[in-house]
Write a protein that binds this ligand. Structure first.
Ligand code: NAD
Length: 349
């Protein structure tokens, strides 16, 4: 499997493969950049069709973290880890402790936290082996705990900003919002959208997550294959990446796309495809930075919960300026965000 000629290889600083025979752990840690600080980004535990798919995910996600952390103004570079889920490596405290040893072996070049398939509890077991972990149970009023509510708050505010920019509305009342994936972030986001008076259309591939949300909120459930094409004002991808492609974009009816999922665009050109269709896209790593802002506040031990909240609320302003620039220049929002991120990293180098 080639790395240096891989389509997603972007001058990543280092790639690390780990195997632990006792627990079955197989993991990849990708350090994309440490220009702005230690490479920080969550750990994803997922069933990949192949090692190659896991590598692709790690390469893309870690680059996204460099951009996310730079634009959010954090003293973090970008990295990401993936644990290859399999029946031979069941989720257990020992598995996460083994992963903790892998993180420890990098000596602080990489800092982990929870992402898809991992929880605060799992990070507690990582912490048994390394200090280079965040997203641990909260201690009093200091920053910490599950990053998902913060990610959801940033997304909610980003949706408000995008709706104002594209639809000229200062309220979400009566708007139809489709949420793809009602896991950690999706559920918190749906609660806020419901409170704001939005009508919710949801899908998930996990029936338990659907049952949970249906018991709490009035939602319209649609099949996962239909969610992207629902007749809605806003589409909020909150599941996995690669959902906005040359195949899906022509069929999307939403005027705004703003959600938490990482790597929503399959390729950079898909951002231009959205712009051509006059669909306003909130760059994923700008809108979904709430979680890593909380993680950074916790890791550096310098922020209170109130400070994290204030910082997460700045996501709205960042998006607004990207939307304004897109309007005045006609350039796609993803290009503008990438340019901003690359300039910030280059300045640090
Ligand atoms: P999660 O695993 O808790 O939730 C994801 C949900 O999506 C699950 O319920 C899953 O069943 C569902 N899903 C998967 N494939 C689907 C499909 N094809 N259609 C519909 N539903 C599908 O993960 P999460 O922590 O809520 O994160 C969601 C997304 O947001 C991920 O892309 C993650 O990387 C990103 N993100 C999360 C955070 C955070 O703080 N948790 C921060 C930044 C970005």
């Amino acid at each position: 499997m080639g790395v240096f000629d891989h389509a997603e290889f972007d001058n990543h600083e280092s790639l690390h493969y780990f195997q632990d025979e006792a627990t079955g752990l197989q993991a990849i840690i990708a350090v994309h950049s440490t220009a702005l600080g230690p490479a920080a980004g969550g750990c994803r535990r997922w069933t990949y069709a192949s090692d190659a798919d896991a590598l692709t995910d790690a390469l893309r996600l870690s680059r996204g973290m460099t951009y996310k952390n730079a634009v959010a103004g954090l003293q973090f570079g970008g990295g990401k880890s993936v644990i290859l889920a399999s029946p031979n490596a069941p989720k257990s405290p020992r598995l996460f402790a083994a992963f903790g040893r892998a993180v420890a072996s990098l000596g602080g070049r990489y800092i982990t936290a929870e992402d898809v398939g991992c929880s605060v509890d799992d990070m507690r077991h990582v912490r048994e082996e390394t200090e280079f972990v965040s997203g641990l149970p909260q201690n009093g009023s200091s920053a910490g705990g599950d990053p998902s509510p913060w990610t959801a708050l940033g997304c909610y505010q980003g949706i408000e900003a995008a709706v104002e920019a594209r639809l000229g509305k200062d309220s979400l009342k009566g708007l139809r919002v489709a949420v793809q994936g009602v896991g950690h972030v999706g559920l918190y986001l749906c609660r806020q959208l419901h409170e704001a008076g939005a009508e919710l259309i949801v899908s998930d591939v996990n029936p338990d997550h659907l049952e949970l949300i249906k018991a709490e909120l009035p939602v319209i459930e649609v099949a996962p294959s239909e969610l992207l094409y629902a007749d809605v004002d806003v589409l909020a991808p909150c599941a996995l990446g690669n959902v906005l492609t040359s195949t899906t974009i022509p069929r999307i009816r939403a005027k705004v796309i703003a959600g938490a999922a990482n790597n929503q665009l399959a390729t950079e050109a898909d951002g231009a495809r959205l712009a051509e269709r006059d669909i306003l896209y909130a760059p994923d790593y700008v809108i979904n930075a709430g979680g890593i802002i909380s993680v950074a506040g916790e890791y550096y031990g310098s922020s209170s919960e109130a400070e994290v909240r204030a910082d997460v609320c700045r996501i709205r302003d960042r998006l607004q300026s990207i939307f304004d620039e897109a309007k005045s220049t006609g350039r796609p929002t993803n290009e503008l965000a990438d340019e901003l991120a690359r300039n910030l990293v280059a300045a640090a180098q």
